[in-house]
Design a protein around this ligand. Structure first.
Ligand code: WT7
Length: 649
C-alpha cells in the first residue's frame, strides 16, 4: 500500500478547490445536471462575441458539437480581453539556451500577434480555414504564430522540430497546408542546430499546396533562400500594422490540428475546436495548477506537443498568467539548469515529464540542493506513468516536501487534463493520477464493457463527451469514429476508448498502467509500432519486422525491433552495417526520436496459423520475461525458443 500525502494546509486555505468536499460537490453537480454544469462554466469563463444556442448537440454522435451557435475568437480570450487589466504584465518570459532572455508583456504580445496576423493575410493570402504548418524551435515566435493563425481563423498544425523532412512532408500534404512557418534554426546542447534545411528537403516534391515559407531568423546561421518562395519574418514584420480585428469564429471551427501516432497506419491529424478547447485549457490551468495573479508558471514541454499547446500557450494566456518558455535541453550547461531557472524566475508552478525527472535524478540527485526552490507551490507531471522512486525524489528534493504533485493523465485527443489531483484538495499517492476532474466521466471497464473490480486492470474509457475532446481526424472521419468509439455503448451512446489500461487501487485511486494498443511511449513521445515497422520494411534486405516496446529506466520505454532478413546474412560485420542502415532509415523517415534501442535479427517471427504476429510473446522476450503464454497455437512453436536463445546470447 502506498503512502498518502495530504495537501499542504497553508496552500489549501487559498486554493480554488480547498478540500475533497468541494471537489465532490462539483462532481455531483456535473452528474446531476451535466449540461447545466458545462453551461455555467462556458458562460462564466468565455468572453463570447455572440452567445451560443445549445450547450451540447449529440444528434450526430460521436461527432459532438459544443456551444453551437456561439461566436468567439481564442485570441480575444487569450490577449484582447486582458488589455484592460494586464497590459503591462509579462505574458511570456523566454530564456534561450545561450542565456538570452526576452520578456513580452500582454500588450506587446497583442501587437506582435496582430502584426503577424496582418502579414499572413496581406502577404501570404492566408484566409479563415486555411492550414498553416509551423516547424519551429522553442522561441516566442512559435506562440506568436499560433495566435496569429487563431486571430484570422487559420488552422495551425505544429510539427515537432525532431521530426524529419519525410515526416514533415507527410503532414504538409495531409493537411494540404498553404504555408510553412519555420526558423533558420536554434540552439541545443550549446550548439546551433538547423530547421530550414529540413523544410527545403520536405518541400522538394509533392507539396504543390504549399508555395511559401516564412523564416524566423533565430541563430543567424547561413541558409539557402528559394527566391519567390522564402521570406524573412524579421524583415517583414515591422511593416505591418499592429492593429487587426479578430475573425469571429464559430465555437466548432477548428483551432488547430496536431498529428499523433495511432496503433495502425499513418499519423492522425487530431482536430480541436475553438470554444470547447479554450474553455478546458483555461479551466484546468486555474483548477489544476491553481495559478494566482502574480505567479510564474513553467511547463517544460515543447510547443510541438499537445502539452506545449495547452499549457505553454493557450491555457496560461487564457487565464492571464505569466508563462515561461525555455529553448534548450535541461542539461546545458549542466544538470542544474532547470533548478537554476526555477530559482532565478521564482517559478511557482512547474510542469514536466517523468522521463526528465528520472534523467535529472540520475545525473544529479543532489544538484537541486544548490538552488533556492522555495518559490514552488505546485509540481506537475505528464506523459507516462511515473514510478514511485522518481515521484519521491521530485516531491522531496524539488518540492521540499511541501508541494502537491499533480500527476495529470490526458492525451493529445483530450485537449487538456482529465484525471488528476487538485493541489489544494486531493491527498496524493506516488504513481496515481487519482480521480477524474468534475464533469469528466471516466470508467475502467473489461472486454465486455463491465466495470472492473478494484485491483484489476481494465480499459480506461470516458463515457460522456467533454468540451475539449478531439472533433475528428482531419480528412478521415471514419477512422475517428472507429479508432476511438469502437462498438461499446453506454445508455445507447458511444464510449470514448483512450487506448490506456488502468485500475482502481484499494482506496479507489486510479492507477494508469500504460497503453493497451500498439502504441509506445518513448521519453513521453508517442510512437506507433506499425509506423516504425513500415519504415523498416522499406529496407531492401528486410523480409519481416515486428517492433515492440520494452521497459527503459530513463525513457520509460525503449524500441525493440525483431527483424527477419532476406537471404543469409549472419556475419557480425554485416549485422552492424545493417543496424546502421536501419537507423538511418528511421532518422530519415520519422526522425531521431524513433531511433531503435535494440535490434535482433531472428530467423522468423512467432505467428498464429492465420499469420498474425504474436506481439505479446515478443514483448515478453524483450522484457526478459519467461514465456508463460501458450505457444502451441503457433504455426512454428520452435521459433520462440530460437528467439530466446538469440536474446540470451
Ligand atoms: C498518452 C498520451 C498528454 C500530454 C502528453 C502525452 C500517456 C499521459 C499520463 C500520466 C500515465 C500518461 C498515456 C496516454 N500518459 N499522461 N499522467 N500517467 N500515462 O500526450 O502523446 O497524446 O500521449 O500518454 O498512455 O494515452 P500523447
Amino acid at each position: 500500500m502506498l503512502e498518502i500525502f495530504e495537501p499542504n494546509r497553508e496552500f489549501s486555505k487559498n486554493a480554488r478547490i480547498k478540500n475533497m468536499c468541494e471537489y465532490k460537490e462539483l462532481r455531483m453537480q456535473a452528474e446531476e445536471d451535466f449540461e447545466g454544469y458545462w453551461d455555467r462554466l462556458a458562460k462564466e469563463k468565455i468572453d463570447w462575441f455572440k452567445p451560443y444556442d445549445t450547450v451540447l448537440d449529440e444528434s450526430n454522435a460521436p461527432f459532438y458539437k459544443w456551444f453551437d451557435g456561439g461566436k468567439l475568437n481564442v485570441t480575444h480570450q487569450c490577449l484582447g480581453r486582458h488589455l484592460t487589466t494586464r497590459k503591462n504584465k509579462a505574458a511570456i518570459i523566454w530564456e534561450g539556451e545561450d542565456g538570452k532572455k526576452r520578456i513580452i508583456t500582454y500588450l506587446q504580445l497583442y501587437y506582435r500577434v496582430n502584426r503577424l496576423a496582418n502579414l499572413l493575410k496581406n502577404q501570404f493570402g492566408i484566409k479563415k480555414g486555411d492550414r498553416v504548418v509551423l516547424y519551429l524551435p522553442m522561441i516566442p515566435e512559435a506562440a506568436f504564430a499560433m495566435l496569429a493563425c487563431a486571430k484570422i481563423g487559420a488552422v495551425h498544425s505544429i510539427v515537432f522540430g525532431g521530426f524529419s523532412a519525410d515526416a514533415l512532408r507527410d503532414r504538409v500534404q495531409d493537411a494540404n497546408a498553404k504555408l510553412v512557418i519555420t526558423a533558420d534554426g536554434a540552439y541545443r546542447r550549446g550548439k546551433p542546430y538547423m530547421l530550414k534545411p529540413v523544410v527545403d528537403e520536405a518541400l522538394k516534391e509533392g507539396c504543390e499546396c504549399c508555395s511559401k515559407v516564412l523564416i524566423v531568423q533565430r541563430n543567424f546561421e547561413e541558409i539557402d533562400y528559394v527566391p519567390g518562395r522564402d521570406y524573412v519574418y524579421n524583415e517583414m514584420i515591422m511593416n505591418e500594422s499592429q492593429h487587426c480585428d479578430p475573425e469571429p469564429m464559430d465555437s466548432e471551427d477548428p483551432l488547430f490540428l496536431l498529428y499523433t501516432s495511432g496503433s495502425t497506419g499513418k499519423p492522425k491529424g487530431v482536430q480541436h475546436s475553438s470554444a470547447g478547447y479554450i474553455l478546458w485549457a483555461q479551466y484546468t490551468m486555474e483548477k489544476v495548477f491553481d495559478v494566482k495573479e502574480n505567479d510564474t508558471f513553467w511547463c517544460t514541454a515543447d510547443v510541438g506537443w499537445i502539452t506545449g499547446h495547452t499549457y505553454i500557450v493557450y491555457g496560461p494566456l487564457a487565464m492571464g498568467a505569466t508563462t515561461v518558455m525555455y529553448e534548450g535541453v535541461p542539461t546545458f550547461p549542466d544538470v542544474g539548469r532547470w533548478w537554476k531557472m526555477i530559482e532565478e524566475h521564482r517559478i511557482n508552478q512547474f510542469y514536466t515529464a517523468p522521463t526528465a525527472i528520472r534523467l535529472l535524478h540520475k545525473l544529479g540527485a543532489d544538484e537541486p540542493k544548490k538552488y533556492d526552490l522555495s518559490s514552488l507551490k505546485v509540481l506537475g507531471t505528464v506523459g507516462e506513468p511515473i514510478n514511485p522512486d522518481a515521484w519521491m525524489w521530485y516531491y522531496n528534493e524539488i518540492g521540499g516536501g511541501k508541494c502537491s504533485i499533480v500527476d495529470t493523465w490526458w492525451q493529445t485527443e483530450t485537449g487538456g487534463h482529465m484525471i488528476t489531483p487538485l493541489p489544494g484538495a486531493t491527498p496524493i499517492k506516488p504513481g496515481s493520477a487519482t480521480f477524474p476532474l468534475p464533469g469528466i466521466m471516466a470508467e475502467i471497464i473489461d472486454e465486455n464493457g463491465n466495470p472492473t473490480p478494484k485491483g484489476e486492470k481494465g480499459f480506461l474509457c470516458i463515457t460522456k463527451p467533454w468540451p475539449s475532446m478531439i472533433r475528428t481526424i482531419w480528412g478521415d472521419p471514419d477512422r475517428f469514429a472507429k479508432s476511438y468509439f469502437g462498438d461499446c455503448k453506454k445508455d445507447g451512446k458511444p464510449v470514448y476508448f483512450s487506448g490506456d489500461g488502468a485500475m482502481y487501487d484499494d482506496d479507489g485511486y486510479i492507477i494508469i498502467t500504460g497503453r493497451t494498443d500498439d502504441v509506445i511511449n518513448v521519453s513521453g513521445h508517442r510512437l506507433g509500432t506499425a509506423e516504425i515497422e513500415a519504415v523498416l520494411a522499406h529496407h531492401q534486405n528486410v523480409a519481416e519486422v515486428a517492433v515492440v516496446g520494452r521497459p527503459d529506466p530513463i525513457k520509460g520505454e525503449g524500441i525493440f525491433a525483431y527483424i527477419v532478413l532476406k537471404g543469409e546474412e549472419d556475419s557480425i560485420g554485416e549485422e552492424i552495417e545493417m543496424i546502421q542502415e536501419l537507423n538511418k532509415q528511421i532518422t530519415k523517415e520519422i526522425g531521431n526520436i524513433a531511433k531503435l534501442d535494440d535490434i535482433l535479427f531472428v530467423p522468423g517471427l512467432p505467428k498464429t496459423r492465420s499469420g498474425k504476429i504474436m506481439r505479446r510473446i515478443l514483448r515478453s522476450i524483450a522484457k526478459g520475461e519467461e514465456i508463460t503464454q501458450d505457444t502451441s497455437t503457433l504455426e512454428d512453436p520452435t521459433i520462440v525458443g530460437a528467439i530466446e536463445t538469440l536474446v540470451n546470447r
